[in-house]
Design a protein. Structure first.
Length: 197
């Protein structure tokens, strides 16, 4: 059953520490980004938007089946905030009925459909405007943000992501346990350490 919640996958970074696009690393029969898109598409959320920037043409070629959901962030060099703004603006413009959005990053290999659905149902059960994943004693992505917080997300600048919004509205935050969230792919060593690809 679809909810009135979109997903924005932030995949515009240049993977400078890895030296090649992390989005296109081989993972479970496809690529890391394709795997995440699949997990998102199987969830209750709709639509699933992918924000690209660096390596855009290569990523578009791999995601040709999803091209209507791919949007290009021309300001990707600013950092993650520019991709959040880009995704939220697109979601509001094309899907004004959405009541919230889940922000995902493109380098967490253990995100699952079940986790995404849990973020949505936790919002529905608690009424909290933010539902964040919880791992390693921290809050982080994927995270749900209610429509009322979209103006705050659109004010973000630089490479800080949505952490400032979570910290500002701490009383409005619920969490979902996501132990696998401690694993993300920033370097070749991170990728090599994955037990299964």
């Amino acid at each position: 059953m679809q909810s009135r919640c979109g997903i924005i996958i932030l995949a515009a970074g240049d993977s400078s520490r890895l030296g090649k696009p992390k989005q296109l690393l081989a993972y479970k029969g496809s690529t890391l980004l394709e795997y995440q898109v699949k997990q998102a598409q199987q969830s209750q959320a709709y639509p699933v938007i992918v924000v690209i920037g660096a390596h855009g043409e290569k990523i578009k070629a791999r995601l040709s089946d999803y091209k209507e959901w791919i949007i290009e962030n021309k300001e990707w060099q600013e950092g993650m905030a520019s991709s959040i703004r880009c995704g939220i603006n697109y979601l509001q413009g094309k899907y004004p009925g959405c009541e919230g959005a889940i922000l995902m990053v493109s380098d967490q290999p253990y995100v699952t459909t079940e986790l995404i659905n849990k973020l949505i149902t936790t919002h529905q059960e608690t009424g909290k405007k933010i539902v964040s994943s919880s791992f390693g004693g921290m809050k982080g992505p994927p995270a749900f943000f209610h429509l009322q917080l979209f103006p705050e997300l659109l004010q973000l600048k630089g490479d800080a992501g949505a952490k400032k919004v979570v910290e500002k509205y701490v009383s409005q935050v619920a969490t979902v346990s996501f132990p696998g969230g401690t694993i993300d792919i920033d370097t070749a060593a991170d990728y090599d350490a994955l037990p299964e690809k």
